[in-house]
Design a protein around this ligand. Structure first.
Ligand SMILES: CC(C)(COP(=O)(O)OP(=O)(O)OC[C@H]1O[C@@H](n2cnc3c(N)ncnc32)[C@H](O)[C@@H]1OP(=O)(O)O)[C@@H](O)C(=O)NCCC(=O)NCCS
Length: 180
């Protein structure tokens, strides 16, 4: 009975989210498995990425941050459906370690599995590059992201107290790691 109620609740919240989607975004949801694929970032993607970033983060990266990341030679992958950007992630590699620097799914497309798809893609890239450990940092309050990382096998390995700014103070960064 409880499971049935939870399923109905999820359908209801999904329905509300669907009402906010553009026609093109609805189409993505229908065809996401077949049509979405990863591309290396291109300069023409940056304006849209900055706009998605501003919608999704408490302290969004600036255009300069993204451009610097390209100059630094980081892995910068964009998940696209045709030309529409669904999400993106950025990771830096050093020696046999990798750090996930940014992962974002376009706001109205959350909870459709794109976050999991991007982490799986990054793990594949790490394995190809013979990386031993994948690290990331996440705000303690970002429960959705933490659940996603745990689901993909990450464990908490440390805390940076008061690392991030909030509207009324600071909050901890949780360090998470995945051994490959
Ligand atoms: C964090 C983020 C990338 C997750 O992407 P997503 O596409 O929404 O996540 P997924 O649909 O792949 O969900 C994966 C799992 O995470 C958890 N999760 C994600 N969003 C959730 C939510 N709103 N409520 C509960 N659990 C959630 C669930 O365990 C989910 O698995 P399930 O759907 O099988 O139950 C996305 O929410 C986002 O872009 N947030 C803003 C930017 C951000 O916080 N980035 C991370 C910075 S460290």
């Amino acid at each position: 009975m409880i499971i049935l109620i939870l399923k109905m609740l999820r359908q209801f919240t999904l329905g509300i989210r669907l009402q906010k989607l553009s026609v093109k975004e609805k189409l993505i949801l229908k065809t996401k498995k077949q049509k979405t694929n990863f591309k290396n970032v291109e300069l023409c993607d940056i304006e849209k990425i900055v706009s998605i970033e501003a919608d999704c983060h408490i302290s969004p990266w600036s255009k300069t941050n993204f451009l610097d990341s390209i100059s630094a030679g980081n892995l910068f992958q964009v998940l696209k459906n045709d030309e529409l950007i669904t999400g993106y992630y950025i990771a830096s590699f050093a020696s046999d370690e990798c750090e996930l620097l940014n992962i974002t799914v376009s706001k109205h497309l959350h909870r459709q599995g794109f976050g999991k798809t991007m982490i799986s893609h990054l793990i594949k890239k790490c394995i190809e590059r013979k990386t031993s450990n994948l690290f990331l940092e996440v705000r303690r309050s970002n429960k959705n992201a933490i659940l996603l990382y745990e689901k993909k096998g990450f464990n908490e390995v440390g805390i940076r107290p008061n690392y991030y700014k909030t509207s009324d103070g600071n909050e901890d960064a949780i360090l998470m790691a995945l051994s490959l």
